[in-house]
Design a protein. Structure first.
Length: 351
């Protein structure tokens, strides 16, 4: 498969527009075209050890969940390990693609996979994603009424000359028992200033003007984090064993909420793969599940009676790769070979 075709298919699988604004996602390293991809190599973190594995397995494109290039590189030399990754990739004509938080947000992504370790439950995003565009053109809707047809025609003529005004309509309306004409239009933030300035010159219209901020619609089941409601409450100790089993971990880190014990019931779980403090903070739940949190955010949660389970950052993400492999086989119509890294692992271990 041609690299550009594959990148387009990956973007269709999870739109990069869902990624957080601070993130660095998409095609990060591109060999000179034409570049054919026969083997797609999946990893959570692209380390030098993993890069060597990708070279040995003759990968043509590495899909690294975490972006190996995040802060800008001022040079590409052999001096630092991230620069060496780029050098090795280009020497062996291997592309690098990263989806990161786009995969966190999609309904079939990392956080959805993480919920499967809790048992039967329903879940909703903690921070829902919105559509790229507004339901109508423009960011604002302006509406006003008038009973002066001749004067209205003059005002409407001037409004039509303003750029970024759309959907201008008029229709009859009855206001306080009087027959009037209601005007509705959509406009951008910039055009709104011009429309308001024009109406302010016509005091009777200006005082009857309504300005509505249009909202981008929410995307169903899409967004950062998940708030999960278990079908049946279970004890904290049971949830711990379920999570360890799902993530294939011999241990987790646990902070028990104030007034709670291992036998306390858990009904609501707020979770976020990776580093979840900013996503989980302030959410009412019995339990927070994530990879890592700051010391003080843990203290806040515990003081509010919320228990916290930490599994280390990438341990809450890596297991998703095998499911991702299966989904991509179907999405890419089995056109390329997909390999999951065997060397990728969390850098932290218990000593």
């Amino acid at each position: 498969m041609n690299l550009r075709e594959l990148v387009s298919a990956l973007n269709d699988f999870a739109s990069l527009s869902l990624a957080e604004s601070w993130d660095n996602v998409g095609l990060l390293v591109e060999p000179s075209p034409p570049h054919t991809v026969n083997t797609l190599f999946l990893t959570n973190d692209l380390t030098e050890e993993v890069m060597e594995e990708a070279v040995q397995k003759k990968a043509d494109l590495i899909l690294s969940y975490h972006p190996p290039i995040f802060t800008p590189l001022k040079r590409v030399t052999w001096k630092t390990w991230k620069e060496r990754l780029v050098v090795r990739a280009l020497e062996h004509r291997i592309g690098i693609y990263s989806p990161h938080t786009a995969y966190d947000a999609v309904p079939h992504g990392v956080n959805n996979w993480l919920t499967q370790g809790l048992g039967t439950c329903t879940s909703v995003p903690l921070h829902p994603s919105t559509a790229l565009s507004y339901p109508a053109e423009g960011t604002h809707r302006v509406e006003f009424c008038t009973d002066n047809t001749e004067h209205m025609d003059t005002v409407l003529s001037k409004i039509k000359d303003i750029q970024e005004v759309s959907g201008l309509t008029t229709f009859p309306a009855r206001v306080e028992g009087e027959e009037q004409t209601r005007v509705s239009l959509n406009c951008s933030q910039k055009a709104l200033l011009e429309v308001v300035a024009l109406l302010s010159q016509n005091s009777p219209l200006y005082h009857k003007t309504e300005i509505l901020l249009l909202q981008k619609p929410l995307l169903p089941h899409t967004g950062m984090g998940r708030l999960c409601t278990l079908s049946e409450p279970v004890s904290l100790s049971v949830i711990i064993e379920r999570i360890k089993s799902h993530l294939k971990l011999p241990h987790i880190r646990l902070a028990v909420g104030t007034g709670k014990t291992l036998e306390s019931p858990v009904k609501k779980v707020a979770l976020c793969a990776g580093s979840g403090s900013s996503v989980l903070k302030g959410t009412e739940a019995d339990l927070y599940l994530t990879g890592e949190m700051s010391h003080h955010d843990i203290l806040d949660a515990v003081a509010n009676g919320i228990s916290v389970i930490l599994c280390e950052h990438s341990n809450t993400e890596r297991g998703f790769l095998s499911k991702l492999s299966d989904m991509l086989v179907i999405h890419l119509q089995n056109k390329i070979n997909i390999v999951v890294s065997e060397k990728d692992r969390d850098p932290l271990q218990v000593a």
